[in-house]
Design a protein around this ligand. Structure first.
Ligand code: GTP
Ligand code: MG
Length: 361
């Protein structure tokens, strides 16, 4: 779910690389990480098993700028192995663009098909319409002798005639072109008010005006004061930080957002599967600070960093109060998003065109 921050002139989009195990998703992000200049990327993280298979996700923020606006593409890879279905679904949540990576080797056809079917199933389950999701295909491993011809690959895997790119992630061939094209599509979509109404909730663009930002910060400041907390964050399930206030001991807020979002959502689903009931929150206790996370509304949650000595009741009361005021403010913000999109849409579309074409240079 894309976010437009008026105050900081930032646009945040989520791009997900999806495809069967070992098709080259991690290698694609690694290539981008090694070849983009430091000013155009954030910190790359990879959560792998000891055998280099992605366990949870890889994450790389890619950044472009134009006319004082910053565009941040939070790029994730999903784990390709079958038994990681739950983490794959978490990572797909709120995607603004998807790269479907195909392993071009003839013997991997069955796995490519099943990965494609899973993607469709997962998106449908999340309430997203396929035809509205910006998507491109990366035919990877073109260097291998057993790679099927491109026209055969198109027939097999691209019935919808999506834009597609031959690639060799190991050397980087086609990787950047693929990213640019999905980035362009995602930016074009985020300002289309027309698509907006037909998107599932998770996939709508949120416009956060300067007033919204100030209001959220004030609400979080009040929470910190009443809970005796050091800091607090309002996080979107698709992993963007909506607002924060106080001392957040992390230099790398983007990564923090990604980790919090995936872990919170995972904990929530696990709790739901185990109890069949609702989910109120999780607490992580540690010597320096405790961390308490609760759901605020359907798409967002609140994380409070508080002193381990804080009295439980004081924290609970403060958090309950903050949840109420924040969810009312978020509801109001969401209701206004379509009209704000119409207002900001043109501006963002024209700037985003510059931002993406600037990357070609
Ligand atoms: N020959 C060749 N090998 C590649 C290419 N891309 C990736 N590989 C290799 O394929 C293996 C798997 O690549 P990864 O990028 O880890 O695959 P993945 O899609 O992230 O796999 P999971 O994390 O298990 O889902 C590695 O050994 C890569 O070096 C390519 O274009 N050509
Ligand atoms: Mg991987």
């Amino acid at each position: 779910m894309a976010i437009l921050h008026e105050a900081t002139k930032e646009v945040i989009c989520k791009i997900v690389y999806h495809g069967t195990g070992m098709c080259g998703k991690t290698t694609s992000l690694m290539y981008l990480n090694h070849h983009l200049p430091p000013s155009q990327r954030g910190k790359f993280i990879s959560l792998e098993t000891p055998t280099e298979r992605t366990l949870y996700f890889d994450f790389l923020p890619i950044i472009t700028e134009a006319r004082g606006y910053k565009f941040r593409y939070l790029c994730f890879t999903t784990p390709g192995q079958d038994y990681y279905e739950a983490s794959r679904k978490l990572v797909l949540k709120g995607a603004d663009g998807i790269v479907f990576v195909v392993d071009s080797q003839r013997e991997r056809a069955a796995e490519n098909f099943s990965s494609q079917a899973l993607l469709e199933k997962n998106l449908t389950e999340m309430g997203q319409r396929q035809d509205l999701m910006p998507m491109v295909v990366q035919y990877n491993k073109r260097d291998l002798a057993s790679a099927i011809p491109l026209d055969e690959a198109e027939k097999k895997y691209n019935a919808k005639h999506l834009l597609s790119f031959p690639a060799v992630a190991k050397t980087g061939q086609g990787v950047y072109e693929t990213f640019l094209s999905v980035a362009k599509m995602a930016l074009t979509k985020l300002t289309q008010a027309d698509g907006e109404n037909r998107m599932g909730d998770l996939f709508k663009t949120t416009v956060i005006t300067t007033e919204d930002s100030t209001r959220f910060r004030n609400q979080l400041a009040k929470l910190n004061e009443e809970a005796g907390a050091k800091g607090s964050l309002l996080v979107d399930e698709s992993s963007s930080l909506l607002a924060m206030q106080g001392e957040i001991p992390s230099k790398d807020l983007e990564t923090l957002g990604a980790l919090l979002a995936c872990n919170f959502t995972a904990a929530q689903e696990l709790a739901f599967n185990m109890s069949g009931g609702g989910f109120t929150g999780i607490t992580q206790k540690a010597p320096l600070r405790n961390l308490h996370a609760v759901r605020v509304d359907k798409r967002r949650f609140l994380v409070v960093l508080y002193d381990p000595k804080t009295e439980a009741r004081r924290l609970r009361d403060a958090v309950n109060y903050a949840r109420g005021t924040l969810s009312a403010a978020l509801l109001q913000m969401d209701q206004m998003s379509p009209s704000r999109l119409a207002r900001f849409g043109e501006l963002f579309t024209s700037v985003s065109r510059l931002a993406v074409s600037g990357m070609n240079a």
